[in-house]
Write a protein that binds this ligand. Structure first.
Ligand code: SAM
Length: 234
Protein backbone atom coordinates (compact mmCIF):
# COMPACT_ATOMS: atom_id res chain seq x y z
CA UNK A 1 0.00 0.00 0.00
CA UNK A 2 1.26 3.47 -0.95
CA UNK A 3 -0.11 6.30 1.22
CA UNK A 4 -0.32 9.95 0.18
CA UNK A 5 -0.42 12.83 2.64
CA UNK A 6 -2.31 16.10 2.38
CA UNK A 7 -3.27 18.08 5.49
CA UNK A 8 -6.14 19.85 3.67
CA UNK A 9 -8.03 16.77 2.49
CA UNK A 10 -11.80 16.74 2.48
CA UNK A 11 -14.48 14.86 0.55
CA UNK A 12 -15.18 16.13 -2.97
CA UNK A 13 -12.95 17.42 -5.75
CA UNK A 14 -9.53 18.33 -4.38
CA UNK A 15 -6.18 19.31 -5.90
CA UNK A 16 -3.47 17.19 -4.26
CA UNK A 17 -0.66 19.23 -2.71
CA UNK A 18 2.25 19.97 -5.07
CA UNK A 19 4.94 17.58 -3.87
CA UNK A 20 2.57 14.63 -3.61
CA UNK A 21 1.04 15.41 -6.99
CA UNK A 22 4.47 15.40 -8.65
CA UNK A 23 5.36 12.15 -6.91
CA UNK A 24 2.09 10.54 -8.03
CA UNK A 25 2.59 11.55 -11.68
CA UNK A 26 6.33 11.31 -12.22
CA UNK A 27 7.48 8.57 -9.87
CA UNK A 28 4.44 6.35 -9.34
CA UNK A 29 3.02 7.05 -12.83
CA UNK A 30 -0.55 7.38 -11.62
CA UNK A 31 -3.08 8.07 -14.35
CA UNK A 32 -6.78 9.06 -14.67
CA UNK A 33 -8.99 6.38 -13.09
CA UNK A 34 -6.36 5.15 -10.62
CA UNK A 35 -7.42 5.04 -6.96
CA UNK A 36 -5.17 6.51 -4.23
CA UNK A 37 -5.11 5.97 -0.46
CA UNK A 38 -4.54 9.12 1.55
CA UNK A 39 -4.27 10.46 5.12
CA UNK A 40 -4.53 13.99 6.50
CA UNK A 41 -2.13 13.57 9.45
CA UNK A 42 -4.97 14.16 11.93
CA UNK A 43 -6.50 10.71 11.97
CA UNK A 44 -8.42 10.88 8.67
CA UNK A 45 -8.26 8.07 6.10
CA UNK A 46 -9.40 8.79 2.53
CA UNK A 47 -9.76 7.11 -0.83
CA UNK A 48 -9.66 9.10 -4.06
CA UNK A 49 -10.02 8.56 -7.78
CA UNK A 50 -7.68 10.47 -10.06
CA UNK A 51 -9.78 12.75 -12.31
CA UNK A 52 -6.99 14.68 -14.02
CA UNK A 53 -3.22 14.41 -13.70
CA UNK A 54 -0.22 16.15 -15.25
CA UNK A 55 3.20 17.47 -14.23
CA UNK A 56 1.46 20.50 -12.76
CA UNK A 57 -1.55 19.14 -10.88
CA UNK A 58 -3.44 16.10 -9.72
CA UNK A 59 -7.21 16.48 -9.32
CA UNK A 60 -8.89 13.91 -7.12
CA UNK A 61 -12.47 12.92 -6.28
CA UNK A 62 -12.01 12.27 -2.55
CA UNK A 63 -14.11 10.19 -0.15
CA UNK A 64 -13.46 10.18 3.59
CA UNK A 65 -13.42 6.56 4.78
CA UNK A 66 -12.98 6.91 8.53
CA UNK A 67 -11.51 9.11 11.23
CA UNK A 68 -9.49 7.86 14.18
CA UNK A 69 -10.66 10.07 17.03
CA UNK A 70 -7.59 9.59 19.16
CA UNK A 71 -4.28 8.18 18.06
CA UNK A 72 -3.70 5.38 20.48
CA UNK A 73 -5.41 6.00 23.81
CA UNK A 74 -2.27 7.54 25.26
CA UNK A 75 0.14 10.32 24.29
CA UNK A 76 3.92 9.94 24.11
CA UNK A 77 6.17 12.98 24.01
CA UNK A 78 9.89 12.55 23.41
CA UNK A 79 12.12 15.40 24.58
CA UNK A 80 15.49 14.89 22.97
CA UNK A 81 18.66 16.87 22.36
CA UNK A 82 19.49 17.05 18.63
CA UNK A 83 22.72 15.21 17.89
CA UNK A 84 25.80 16.91 16.42
CA UNK A 85 25.44 14.74 13.33
CA UNK A 86 22.00 15.75 12.01
CA UNK A 87 21.58 12.40 10.20
CA UNK A 88 21.36 10.70 13.58
CA UNK A 89 18.68 13.14 14.72
CA UNK A 90 16.72 12.60 11.52
CA UNK A 91 16.99 8.89 12.17
CA UNK A 92 15.45 9.41 15.63
CA UNK A 93 12.54 11.32 14.09
CA UNK A 94 11.95 8.70 11.44
CA UNK A 95 12.10 5.69 13.76
CA UNK A 96 10.15 7.30 16.62
CA UNK A 97 7.37 8.14 14.13
CA UNK A 98 7.29 4.60 12.79
CA UNK A 99 7.01 3.19 16.30
CA UNK A 100 4.31 5.67 17.35
CA UNK A 101 5.51 8.87 19.07
CA UNK A 102 2.98 11.77 19.22
CA UNK A 103 5.21 14.75 19.85
CA UNK A 104 8.93 15.38 19.58
CA UNK A 105 10.31 18.29 21.57
CA UNK A 106 13.91 19.14 20.66
CA UNK A 107 15.83 20.41 23.70
CA UNK A 108 18.89 22.59 24.14
CA UNK A 109 21.00 21.38 27.05
CA UNK A 110 24.29 22.27 28.69
CA UNK A 111 26.20 19.68 26.64
CA UNK A 112 24.23 20.14 23.39
CA UNK A 113 26.54 20.25 20.39
CA UNK A 114 23.83 21.23 17.90
CA UNK A 115 22.11 24.52 18.53
CA UNK A 116 20.00 24.86 15.36
CA UNK A 117 17.61 22.66 13.47
CA UNK A 118 15.57 23.11 10.28
CA UNK A 119 11.96 22.38 11.09
CA UNK A 120 10.81 22.33 7.44
CA UNK A 121 13.25 19.58 6.52
CA UNK A 122 12.55 17.63 9.70
CA UNK A 123 8.80 17.84 9.15
CA UNK A 124 9.23 16.25 5.73
CA UNK A 125 10.99 13.33 7.41
CA UNK A 126 8.05 12.93 9.80
CA UNK A 127 5.60 13.00 6.89
CA UNK A 128 7.48 10.37 5.01
CA UNK A 129 7.81 8.12 8.09
CA UNK A 130 4.07 8.50 8.80
CA UNK A 131 3.22 7.32 5.29
CA UNK A 132 5.79 4.57 5.34
CA UNK A 133 4.41 3.14 8.59
CA UNK A 134 0.78 3.45 7.41
CA UNK A 135 -0.27 5.92 10.09
CA UNK A 136 -2.89 8.64 9.87
CA UNK A 137 -1.38 10.82 12.61
CA UNK A 138 1.55 13.13 11.98
CA UNK A 139 3.65 13.69 15.12
CA UNK A 140 4.00 17.30 16.24
CA UNK A 141 7.50 18.71 16.13
CA UNK A 142 8.28 21.52 18.55
CA UNK A 143 10.82 24.30 18.09
CA UNK A 144 14.18 23.81 19.78
CA UNK A 145 13.66 24.96 23.40
CA UNK A 146 16.01 25.40 26.35
CA UNK A 147 15.67 22.37 28.62
CA UNK A 148 14.07 24.28 31.47
CA UNK A 149 11.34 25.75 29.26
CA UNK A 150 10.64 22.38 27.66
CA UNK A 151 10.39 20.69 31.06
CA UNK A 152 8.13 23.44 32.40
CA UNK A 153 5.84 23.20 29.37
CA UNK A 154 5.26 19.47 29.80
CA UNK A 155 1.55 18.55 29.76
CA UNK A 156 0.26 18.86 33.32
CA UNK A 157 -1.01 15.30 33.63
CA UNK A 158 1.88 13.53 31.94
CA UNK A 159 4.01 10.97 33.70
CA UNK A 160 7.39 12.75 33.63
CA UNK A 161 10.51 10.66 33.10
CA UNK A 162 14.15 11.39 32.38
CA UNK A 163 16.42 8.69 30.98
CA UNK A 164 19.39 8.91 33.30
CA UNK A 165 22.71 7.16 33.51
CA UNK A 166 24.85 6.89 36.52
CA UNK A 167 22.84 5.60 39.47
CA UNK A 168 22.75 1.83 39.87
CA UNK A 169 19.41 1.82 41.68
CA UNK A 170 17.56 3.81 38.96
CA UNK A 171 14.36 1.86 38.13
CA UNK A 172 13.89 0.48 34.64
CA UNK A 173 11.57 2.45 32.35
CA UNK A 174 9.43 -0.61 31.72
CA UNK A 175 8.78 -0.95 35.47
CA UNK A 176 7.83 2.72 35.87
CA UNK A 177 5.41 3.02 32.96
CA UNK A 178 1.90 1.62 32.82
CA UNK A 179 -0.14 0.96 29.69
CA UNK A 180 -2.31 4.00 28.89
CA UNK A 181 -0.15 6.56 30.70
CA UNK A 182 0.41 9.86 28.88
CA UNK A 183 4.15 10.30 29.18
CA UNK A 184 6.92 12.79 28.52
CA UNK A 185 10.36 11.23 28.44
CA UNK A 186 13.61 13.21 28.14
CA UNK A 187 16.80 11.85 26.58
CA UNK A 188 20.08 13.74 26.83
CA UNK A 189 22.80 14.71 24.33
CA UNK A 190 26.02 12.81 23.65
CA UNK A 191 27.60 14.42 26.73
CA UNK A 192 24.62 13.52 28.94
CA UNK A 193 22.59 15.75 31.26
CA UNK A 194 24.64 17.79 33.73
CA UNK A 195 24.01 17.19 37.47
CA UNK A 196 22.32 20.63 37.62
CA UNK A 197 19.99 19.67 34.77
CA UNK A 198 19.16 16.38 36.43
CA UNK A 199 18.36 18.25 39.67
CA UNK A 200 16.23 20.77 37.76
CA UNK A 201 14.26 17.94 36.16
CA UNK A 202 13.70 16.33 39.54
CA UNK A 203 12.44 19.62 40.94
CA UNK A 204 9.85 19.62 38.10
CA UNK A 205 8.66 16.11 39.02
CA UNK A 206 10.71 14.24 36.43
CA UNK A 207 11.67 10.83 37.81
CA UNK A 208 14.86 9.09 36.65
CA UNK A 209 14.54 5.87 34.67
CA UNK A 210 17.10 3.45 33.29
CA UNK A 211 17.10 1.86 29.85
CA UNK A 212 19.30 -1.00 30.99
CA UNK A 213 22.87 -1.53 32.17
CA UNK A 214 24.67 -0.21 29.08
CA UNK A 215 25.47 3.30 27.97
CA UNK A 216 23.48 3.88 24.80
CA UNK A 217 24.02 6.59 22.21
CA UNK A 218 21.43 9.35 22.23
CA UNK A 219 19.62 7.96 19.20
CA UNK A 220 19.59 4.42 20.55
CA UNK A 221 18.34 5.61 23.94
CA UNK A 222 15.56 7.66 22.31
CA UNK A 223 14.31 4.76 20.23
CA UNK A 224 14.68 2.23 23.06
CA UNK A 225 12.57 4.53 25.25
CA UNK A 226 9.81 5.09 22.68
CA UNK A 227 9.75 1.41 21.80
CA UNK A 228 9.44 0.33 25.44
CA UNK A 229 6.50 2.70 25.96
CA UNK A 230 4.67 1.87 22.73
CA UNK A 231 5.22 -1.85 23.10
CA UNK A 232 3.53 -1.78 26.50
CA UNK A 233 0.49 -0.27 24.74
CA UNK A 234 0.27 -2.72 21.82
N1 SAM B 1 28.65 10.53 28.88
C1 SAM B 1 27.22 10.63 29.01
C2 SAM B 1 26.77 10.31 30.44
O1 SAM B 1 27.47 9.55 31.09
O2 SAM B 1 25.70 10.77 30.86
C3 SAM B 1 26.55 9.69 28.03
C4 SAM B 1 25.24 10.18 27.55
S1 SAM B 1 24.33 9.07 26.53
C5 SAM B 1 25.37 8.90 25.17
C6 SAM B 1 23.05 10.11 25.95
C7 SAM B 1 21.75 10.05 26.71
O3 SAM B 1 21.13 8.80 26.48
C8 SAM B 1 21.83 10.16 28.22
O4 SAM B 1 21.87 11.51 28.63
C9 SAM B 1 20.56 9.47 28.67
O5 SAM B 1 19.46 10.35 28.60
C10 SAM B 1 20.38 8.40 27.61
N2 SAM B 1 20.87 7.07 28.00
C11 SAM B 1 21.84 6.35 27.38
N3 SAM B 1 21.96 5.13 27.94
C12 SAM B 1 21.05 5.06 28.94
C13 SAM B 1 20.69 4.07 29.90
N4 SAM B 1 21.27 2.88 29.93
N5 SAM B 1 19.69 4.36 30.76
C14 SAM B 1 19.09 5.56 30.75
N6 SAM B 1 19.40 6.55 29.88
C15 SAM B 1 20.35 6.31 28.98
Amino acid sequence: MQLFYDPDLKSGIHALRDEEARHAFQVLRKRVGDVLDLVDGRGGWFSAEVKAISKRECLLDVTELRREVSRAGHRTTLLVAPTKNIDRFEWILEKATEIGVDRIQPILTHHSERKRIRLDRLNRILESAMKQSLRAWLPELGELLPLQQALEETHLNDLRLLAYLGEKETPLLRNNYQRGDNVSIAVGPEGGFSPEEAALAQSLDYGFVSLGPNRLRTETAAIAAVHTIEQLNW
